[in-house]
Design a protein around this ligand. Structure first.
Ligand SMILES: Cc1cc2nc3c(=O)[nH]c(=O)nc-3n(C[C@H](O)[C@H](O)[C@H](O)COP(=O)(O)OP(=O)(O)OC[C@H]3O[C@@H](n4cnc5c(N)ncnc54)[C@H](O)[C@@H]3O)c2cc1C
Length: 460
């Protein structure tokens, strides 16, 4: 689209050199980790909240699409500007504004990288729990918009559970603050939680007050391998049913282990399934927690249970998980990684259904992920064009299985472009209609990240 001249003049006046239209520069802001791309007409780099207010109001006045961008690491096309218009990159709004140990909170701009925040918090013996593997390259703004999480979510929750307040600008151009720097609050609708996971479709976040947690002084790692997925899933259920909550409870199916062995070697167990379990806390209480979790991990089908004695052994126990990503990439550069969620007790049904789909579509599928949350990464691994063609139909059936098992489309990656057409299957019609009306209220002209998260409107 051609940007209106009046808008260009206004943005030049507001942003100066931080408004770019050169094609070579725009190219860099048109893609994300989903491998989709679309060229924006301009990119702006705000450094202050007031600039974002001016930007949203100008875009609304001219009905020009506006897509927020952290570092483009999302996997769903959420930051690809498919309708053109303007990309607002938060890479220059990257200050940690305050760290307040007494109130266990930090105030940050949206462009702060997750890992940079964790480093800044370390000297205060605090951390922010969301721990995506992409932490060194992804922003807090992106974490908020996707409700990002990682292994620690089983104990500490994902992004939505670790935010106190936000400052934002709705698509209508209205600026607002929601939430408070307190851990309790009962005044009205919870707009903070509503914005988290909304993928930049309702409002642009310009500041976040994050809830911090004391760094546990010690951590232990253990690995349990099982004859089959059913035994491992039964162990997950037993572990989650007792009071010592692990801070990571990761699962790999037999196919994932077999592939990891091709890269990681004999240190990786030859088993039907494996759990990696971590517990954290005081040295004094950790022995008790480890004993309780080990007891729960033992049961029918257990082949081996090892507790790491030192840092070297921790690395050895994590070897299978670390070897997996390179192994998958080598086997299938076009792998499709879905992060579905099912109730924990239904993991065996999910994995068994994936084995059936793999046979029926003649397509390798491996499952691994955050078992304690029932958040399983189902990886479809097409090795050639014929398998790639079959992967689409297979993916359709993957989502049918997940919904039949009372699960949902995404545990942490979000919906973006990739999964929006499946939303009518995952949500009931009433909830979807309310979501559409919420979108219309926040963003009456539909300028914010158009074409994402919600399916196209069905005419009455
Ligand atoms: C190697 C790798 C590992 C990963 N591992 C994990 C993992 O373990 N767990 C996990 O949850 N995810 C993971 N991800 C996915 C991704 O890193 C996360 O979704 C992350 O939160 C995206 O952050 P980002 O800064 O890259 O945001 P982007 O990809 O740039 O944007 C993501 C969404 O956020 C919106 N957005 C960005 N900033 C704002 C803002 N200020 N206001 C409103 N909306 C905004 C965008 O419009 C878009 O909808 C991984 C990705 C990679 C590449």
């Amino acid at each position: 689209m051609d940007l209106p001249n009046a808008l260009i003049d206004q943005l030049r006046a507001t942003f100066g050199d931080a408004f770019v239209t050169d094609e070579a520069e725009r190219l860099v802001y048109g893609y994300d980790n989903s491998r989709r791309e679309a060229l924006p007409d301009a990119v702006v780099f705000p450094t202050a909240h007031d600039q974002v207010v001016a930007l949203v109001r100008a875009c609304r006045a001219h009905k020009v699409p506006l897509t927020a961008r952290g570092r483009g690491t999302n996997t769903t096309g959420a930051s690809v500007p498919i309708a053109g218009g303007i990309v607002v990159s938060f890479e220059r709004m990257n200050r940690v504004l305050a760290i307040d140990p007494a109130n266990r909170l930090a105030v940050v701009e949206p462009g702060v990288l997750n890992a940079d925040l964790q480093i800044a918090l370390r000297s205060h013996a605090l951390f922010w729990p969301p721990d995506p593997t992409s932490a060194p390259y992804c922003t807090i703004g992106g974490n908020l918009a996707c409700n990002a999480g990682g292994p620690r979510a089983v104990k500490y929750g994902a992004t939505r559970d670790n935010v106190l307040a936000l400052r934002a600008v709705a698509g209508s151009g209205e600026e607002f603050r929601c939430g408070k720097p307190t851990t309790k609050g009962a005044a009205g609708y919870d707009l903070t939680r509503l914005l988290i996971g909304s993928e930049g479709t309702l409002a642009i976040v310009t500041e976040a007050t994050l809830k911090l947690t004391p760094l546990p002084p010690a951590m232990r790692t253990m690995r349990a391998s099982y004859a089959d997925v059913e035994s491992a899933a039964a162990a997950v259920a037993r572990i989650m049913a007792q009071p010592a909550t692990p801070c990571a409870l990761e699962f790999l199916d037999g196919e994932a282990l077999r592939l990891a062995r091709t890269h990681g070697g004999d240190a990786i167990p030859n088993a039907g399934a494996m759990l990696l379990i971590e517990a954290d806390g005081d040295e004094g209480t950790l022995d008790v927690a480890i004993a309780a979790i080990s007891h729960a991990a033992r049961g029918e089908g257990l082949i081996e249970l090892t507790v790491a004695a030192n840092a070297e052994e921790v690395t050895r126990l994590w070897a299978a998980r670390k070897a997996l990503s390179p192994a998958l990439r080598t086997l299938s550069p076009k792998k499709i990684n879905e992060d579905v969620v099912v109730p924990v007790s239904r993991i065996p049904e999910l994995v068994s259904a994936m084995r059936d789909l793999s046979t029926r579509h003649a397509l390798p599928i491996v499952c691994f992920g955050h078992a304690g949350n029932g958040n399983i990464h189902v990886n479809l691994l097409p090795r050639d064009d014929a398998e790639l063609a079959r992967a689409d139909a297979c993916l359709d059936e993957v989502f049918d299985v997940v919904i039949r098992l009372d699960g949902t489309l995404s545990g942490e990656h979000g919906i973006g472009l990739a999964k929006r057409d499946f939303m009518p299957r995952a949500l009931d019609a009433g909830a979807l209609a309310l979501m559409q009306r919420i979108k219309d209220t926040f963003d009456p002209d539909g300028i914010l990240n158009p074409g994402k998260l919600l399916p196209d409107r069905i005419s009455p």
